[in-house]
Design a protein around this ligand. Structure first.
Ligand SMILES: CC/C=C\C/C=C\C/C=C\C/C=C\C=C\C(=O)SCCNC(=O)CCNC(=O)[C@H](O)C(C)(C)COP(=O)(O)OP(=O)(O)OC[C@H]1O[C@@H](n2cnc3c(N)ncnc32)[C@H](O)[C@@H]1OP(=O)(O)O
Ligand SMILES: Cc1cc2nc3c(=O)[nH]c(=O)nc-3n(C[C@H](O)[C@H](O)[C@H](O)COP(=O)(O)OP(=O)(O)OC[C@H]3O[C@@H](n4cnc5c(N)ncnc54)[C@H](O)[C@@H]3O)c2cc1C
Length: 649
């Protein structure tokens, strides 16, 4: 590539492994890389030019996103992109660190319809939804309740006289609040409401509800609807509210795959699937982990590491060139564990998607045995990885000094999009407690001799009482360290005598320990499977650093029972720091392997060519505030201060 910053060029000439081979590994094979690049080229043709998001108002961002949505849908149709991965590759370049106002249509509305609807209901609504004559959202959260689903207040009362459900918002706190695309975009929603029939409350059930006229898009009578206003981020999505005033829908519009209301109002539960109406949340939590890596951790550390390779600052040796800040050990300590985390979360996300589809297929065949473990693992990992991503993106920003604070860095847009994942799809604390609840039950089962499998099999294993960590730092010895910590937490966190709340801080840590063990195990198995020696070595170093950083940061957990001795902990700290200099040589190549386009990263600091300063200046000059040279506000507000005599003339 012409005119690449010389420092970045040198970094790329000095690596020890094939970037292309690592990109293929991250994609899941060369054929996937080739296909992805093909789709991305199509997307760049359509979306690489356009107004700078940073200089738009919220309303402009929403309108621009609707326009891009129409263009993206047209592109997918024109290019015959139907596979979820292919559609995703195009959409992520259309909406870099943004979201389309119709995101919930695909992410939650359609999956809920196809998984909770009867064959007739799917046949009726799916064709319309696939042609976008219906654009739907998923309306569960209310102003007064998001976490505690059993506390939701919206009611759906069956009227056997008219064979209809009457949807109603009985209180102010029962207004549906937050659903994406609800404010101005969606004309339908799957509404989660308390089902009442024959005077009895049967709990939360899903209902297909038309919100707006097909002809005019006006809200239907009995519906008050709108946008909830500006948020921390997600400006392009009209998260909305809706209030139902005795709004009637036909009986046939309760999604009845798992339970039915007959014409006379009789309630029939036709499934042993526990919490069947909670299913779509497991889906999104399971999918989210991978996206936290490729939309959060990976772009953020790409920006920070490339910028740290071109940014020269301060003086290490008299009369020498100012060093690249990437050569400071403190900068490496800030960024390389994050780089390792990006790989760890990506590999875990790939694994989580595989497990989800396995269990989902089993459930479709009527086998629900693995659902509790899937719920627990997806809940815990969603919480751990979204918190990790949030923390890491902020740390990457801080590592880039003043320019890291500029919108030109790309960090603000990435951060506000990713940090929302700590809250949506289940607030993280509550998700960790759900994971812990499952771990306690399985630990008690193991203590009674039950043989466990899957991600909790270690709870029925014998665990070492002393670490086998040596100066070799084998990955197996590191995995064993996390296994021991997780086991110990489950053992001490499960005192049935203690009240749940008094134990809940420890329980959240037990859930995190379990998930960390799972992530290190997955990382180790990926490294073991790598065939190319050079790639295996560098990815193995990242796995070691991911583990050692966590051991060092949580040293107390590992030395408290003597599992890791003080001498071994000294070894851990030494190895962690020596890994920083080992990884230094390949750092830029390790982020290049993510193979992001500049248009996706959206950062002047993280450009592939490293030409930061010239492009930063051009970007600043293009800011609307710089036209005209003297703003009208000068005359009204500044001149009276600066030139009081002149302003009186
Ligand atoms: C970087 C990102 C890039 C791109 C983004 C990509 C996608 C983004 C997509 C969407 C984001 C935008 C929109 C967001 C949408 C939303 O937020 S939708 C609303 C989400 N809301 C929640 O998640 C609510 C969280 N609360 C709950 O899930 C529940 O209230 C609860 C905490 C689980 C408690 O439920 P409940 O009180 O009914 O249960 P308990 O009585 O406590 O019993 C628990 C038992 O039930 C089992 N259980 C719980 N949940 C499930 C489940 N989902 N599936 C299966 N089983 C479940 C649990 O295991 C207990 O079982 P037991 O121990 O055997 O009794
Ligand atoms: C960007 C964004 C998009 C969203 N999109 C949608 C959507 O499309 N559809 C939809 O239905 N919802 C959506 N939501 C809502 C989201 O699902 C809820 O905000 C989320 O479930 C948290 O619930 P809450 O807001 O009631 O928080 P609360 O539950 O009130 O949490 C507040 C605090 O209370 C704590 N807390 C609550 N319960 C417990 C407990 N049992 N133990 C310990 N601590 C507890 C929490 O940990 C948290 O610290 C969205 C939210 C956001 C931010």
């Amino acid at each position: 590539m012409a005119n690449v910053n010389p420092d970045l060029r040198k970094e790329r000439e000095n690596g020890t492994f094939s970037v292309e081979k690592l990109t293929n590994l991250l994609d899941g094979g060369k054929h996937v890389t080739d296909r992805r690049r093909h789709v991305e080229r199509l997307a760049l043709n359509e979306f690489s030019k356009g107004e700078d998001y940073n200089f738009m108002s919220r309303k402009e961002r929403y309108i621009s996103a609707l326009h891009k949505t129409e263009r993206a849908l047209r592109c997918c149709k024109e290019y015959g992109l139907t596979k979820p991965d292919e559609v995703y590759w195009l959409w992520q370049l259309a909406f870099p660190h943004e979201a389309s106002p119709i995101q919930l249509h695909g992410d939650m509305f359609l999956p809920t319809l196809t998984r909770q609807g009867t064959e007739e209901q799917v046949n009726k609504y799916l064709p319309l939804a696939e042609k976008y004559q219906i654009i739907g959202t998923y309306a569960q959260t209310e102003m007064g309740h998001g976490t505690f689903i059993r506390g939701l207040e919206t009611t759906a009362t069956y009227d056997p006289q008219t064979e209809e459900f009457i949807l109603h918002s009985p209180t102010l706190t029962s207004l549906k609040w937050w659903p994406g695309g609800l404010g101005k975009t969606s004309n339908y929603a799957i509404v989660m409401a308390l089902l009442y029939t024959n005077g009895k409350n049967y709990g939360m059930h899903p209902f297909m509800v038309q919100l707006r006229s097909h002809e005019t898009h006006e809200p239907l009578p009995g519906i008050t609807i709108g946008d909830i206003g500006p948020k921390f981020g997600f400006d392009t999505i009209d998260n909305g509210f809706v209030q139902f005033d005795h709004f009637r829908i036909p009986r046939e519009d309760m999604l009845m795959k798992y339970s039915q209301v007959l014409k006379d109002g009789t309630y029939v539960k036709s499934t042993k699937l526990k919490k069947s109406s909670y299913g779509v949340m497991v889906l999104v939590r399971s999918m989210l982990i991978y996206y936290l890596a490729i939309q959060g951790l990976a772009p953020a550390c790409t920006i920070a590491i490339r910028y740290s390779a071109v940014r020269r600052q301060s003086e290490q040796t008299k009369s020498q060139l100012e060093p690249q800040i990437l050569d400071y050990q403190t900068q490496q300590y800030k960024l390389f564990p994050i780089l390792a985390s990006a790989y760890a979360v990506l590999f875990t996300g790939v694994k989580m998607k595989e497990i989800y589809y396995e269990v989902d297929n089993e459930i479709q065949q009527g086998h629900t045995e693995r659902l509790p473990e899937l719920h627990a693992l997806s809940s815990g990992l969603k919480a751990l990885t979204s918190s990790m991503a949030s923390w890491c993106i902020e740390r990457c920003r801080l590592a880039c000094g003043g320019h890291g604070y500029s919108a030109a860095s790309g960090f603000p847009k990435i951060y506000v999009a990713v940090t929302a994942a700590c809250t949506y799809e289940g607030e993280n604390t509550v998700m960790l407690l759900q994971c812990a609840r499952y771990l306690i039950k399985t630990y008690q089962g193991a203590s009674n001799g039950k043989k466990l499998s899957g991600s909790v099999s270690y709870l029925s294993d014998k665990v070492n009482s002393r670490s086998t960590i040596t100066s070799e730092f084998s990955l197996k010895s590191l995995v064993d360290a996390f296994k021991h910590r997780a086991f110990r937490f489950q053992a001490c966190g499960s005192d049935p005598e203690d009240s749940w709340n008094r134990n809940s801080v420890v329980l959240t840590k037990a859930a995190e320990a379990h998930c960390y063990y799972y992530m290190v195990s997955v990382f180790e198995s990926v490294v073991e499977a790598v065939e190319d020696d050079a790639v295996k070595r560098v990815v193995g170093q990242l796995c070691q650093l991911f583990a050692l950083f966590a051991i060092h940061e949580n040293a107390g957990d590992f030395v408290q029972d003597g599992f890791i001795s003080n001498d071994q902990m000294e070894l851990v700290k030494w190895k962690e720091l020596s890994l920083l200099s080992d990884i230094r040589r390949n750092a830029v190549l390790l982020v290049d392997a993510f193979d992001f386009h500049d248009e996706f990263i959206g950062s002047i600091l993280g450009r592939f060519d490293g030409n930061v300063y010239a492009n930063l200046f051009e970007w600043a000059k293009s800011s609307p505030l710089n036209k005209p040279e003297v703003q009208e506000s000068y005359i009204k507000y500044l001149q009276p201060l600066l030139n009081p005599n002149k302003s009186k003339l």
